[in-house]
Design a protein around this ligand. Structure first.
Ligand code: ISL
Ligand code: CA
Length: 538
């Protein structure tokens, strides 16, 4: 019998602090803003908040470039505000996890500044290398497209797998390990309940040798889920994490189920669960910029594979890096509400810990960006620049970026139908989606059949159901683009039916009481477009 942990049946809500709620009119969401929405979050029924980075940062990558791991960015408030948030959340039975970004720091972190100034101790915190035959030290490719080596004077470069303001830390250096242990302790001592660990499976580079040439991320075989990385994760747990009541979820890029399984295998004692990407890559070829039409069956197959092959999954359909799920896997138009409910219901019925991204619970959609001028995201701009240098036409570049930009997820949370969505009284740092006039929390609060009410009811149902929280998972046969699975515990069995397509589908009827559905409680042999039902089957 598997031991049961609070972070398994807890529901996590991800907050992108810049875009959640602005309390002082400077156009940037902040910690007092989050505190003011704790009652809302409580009423939604979530138990854990994951905060995207709130640390001091020059914001080249909106906080994923950290210049002080143990501080709070003044845009977000003060450390007193943070302490108050932890306490106020705790008073409501809500825990908080922080984003831990330790593959790289900001180039404005004091460690990097000292390194640049020539201090040998700090140079060894990073990867500085001489060029090779008049060229950069190796042929690796960047996550943001473009260069991974930035020149710093006399034929010398430093490594950055992401933006050039994000130099990679050298995890071969034991001092880096000690520094990061102190960071973990600092936050855990404050009462933080764990960490979401940014690109954690690529932190340890075996070698800086040239990589095998490939379409994207040349060099990846030298740093993807290396033994050195496993070793660091085991030590972090032994030396620090095991001394606290906390959990970790790894953001693990490019992993298959085997790698993911190793990273969160309980016997090995590394991470508690990981975010896979395979389901998020079901509508692309190779890299996310090359989209192919979305086919529901492909998403179903990948979700099913992870359900079968992973001990305990971290289930998500949205985060701050991905376009909105209704726009992508559902329908932004006339079937927005049913499709948002179906996707939300599915995410909350799969086996594993469920993650909800801010705004998902009201069915927020992508933003109608018109040009690159509307976009802040460093990734979009770097990719545009690289594609320009390759000679790609502006209209083609734009068509790739328009669909995939991470800013779709980062537009401000829509609280009210006011022009600025009740997010701020000032000028928002990123435009508010004009559809806030009808997609907003205040409007949803008035409706018993809205998306928000559905989420509340679905969360309540999950909480009351042993099968949904802990039960085994088994996929049943079903027509194409329909996902049907059972969840079974000792005392209860439910069947979950999701029509992931916009067409009606005929199915073998499933007898039993409908516990929740997005079309009422008619239990027939036809699933309407995007219909979702949970049926109690024994
Ligand atoms: O964003 C992506 C897909 O659109 C990924 O390639 C992403 O860069 C990767 O998942 C890593 O993401 C994380 O680390 C980045 C940061 O920009 C992302 O916001 C973060 O989630 C660098 O810290
Ligand atoms: Ca503010």
């Amino acid at each position: 019998m598997m031991q049961k942990h609070w972070w398994q049946n807890g529901i996590v809500y991800q907050i992108y602090p810049r875009s959640f709620c602005d309390s002082n009119g400077d156009g940037i969401g902040d910690i007092p803003g989050i505190i003011s929405k704790l009652d809302y979050l409580k009423s939604l029924g979530v138990d854990i908040l994951w905060l995207s980075p709130v640390y001091p940062s020059p914001n080249c990558d909106n906080g994923y470039d950290i210049s002080d791991y143990c501080g709070i960015h003044p845009d977000f408030g003060t450390m007193e505000d943070m302490d108050r948030l932890i306490a106020e959340a705790k008073a409501r039975g809500i825990r908080i996890i922080m984003d831990l970004v330790i593959n790289h720091t900001s180039d404005e972190h004091p460690w990097f500044k000292k390194a640049l100034a020539g201090d040998p101790e700090y140079r060894d915190y990073y990867y500085f290398r001489k060029g090779k035959d008049g060229k950069v030290p190796n042929n690796w490719g960047s996550f943001f497209a473009g260069d991974v080596w930035e020149p710093v004077g006399d034929d010398e470069y430093y490594l950055h797998l992401f933006a050039k303001k994000q130099p990679d830390l050298n995890w071969h250096n034991p001092k880096v390990y000690d520094e990061i242990c102190d960071v973990l302790r600092f936050w855990l001592d404050k009462g933080i309940a764990g960490f979401r660990c940014d690109v954690i499976n690529i932190i340890y580079k075996n070698t800086l040798a040239d990589g095998k040439k490939q379409l994207a991320l040349t060099g990846i075989e030298h740093y993807l889920s290396t033994e050195g990385c496993h070793d660091i994760l085991q030590r972090l747990r032994k030396d620090v994490l095991s001394k606290y009541d906390c959990f970790t979820v790894g953001e693990t890029v490019m992993v298959d189920t085997k790698m993911a399984g190793d990273l969160c295998n309980r016997e090995r004692g590394e991470l508690d669960m990981v975010f896979g990407f395979e389901h998020m890559e079901c509508d692309q070829i190779g890299v996310k910029w090359f989209k192919v039409p979305y086919r529901p069956q492909k998403l179903i197959d990948r979700l099913d594979k992870w359900q079968r092959e992973i001990q305990w999954a971290a289930n998500y359909l949205e985060n701050h890096d991905q376009p909105r799920s209704v726009s992508r896997f559902g329908d932004e138009g006339g079937m927005r509400e049913v499709s948002a409910k179906m996707l939300g219901g599915l995410n909350l019925c799969l086996r594993g810990t469920a993650y909800i991204y801010e705004g998902q619970e009201i069915g927020m959609t992508n933003y109608p960006f018109r040009s690159l001028d509307d976009i802040e995201d460093v990734e979009s701009h770097t990719v545009n620049e690289t594609a320009r240098k390759m000679g790609m036409w502006p209209s083609l570049r734009w068509s790739l970026i328009r669909k995939t930009s991470r800013d779709h997820a980062r537009t401000p949370m829509q609280w009210t139908g006011d022009e600025l969505g009740g997010f701020t009284t000032g000028k928002p740092w990123l435009a508010v989606n004009p559809n806030c006039s009808f997609i907003n929390v205040a409007a949803e609060e008035e409706r018993a059949d809205g998306v928000l009410s559905f989420y509340r009811e679905m969360i309540r149902l999950r909480r009351s159901s042993n099968a949904l929280q802990w039960g085994d998972y088994r996929k049943l046969s079903s027509p194409k683009d329909v996902y049907i699975f059972e969840r079974e515990a000792e005392d209860e069995k439910v069947t979950v039916l999701c029509n992931m397509s916009r067409k009606e589908k005929r199915i073998d009827p499933v007898d039993g009481e409908i516990l929740i559905g997005n079309y009422g409680d008619e239990n027939g042999a036809v699933l309407k477009p995007y219909e979702f039902r949970v049926v109690k089957t024994s």
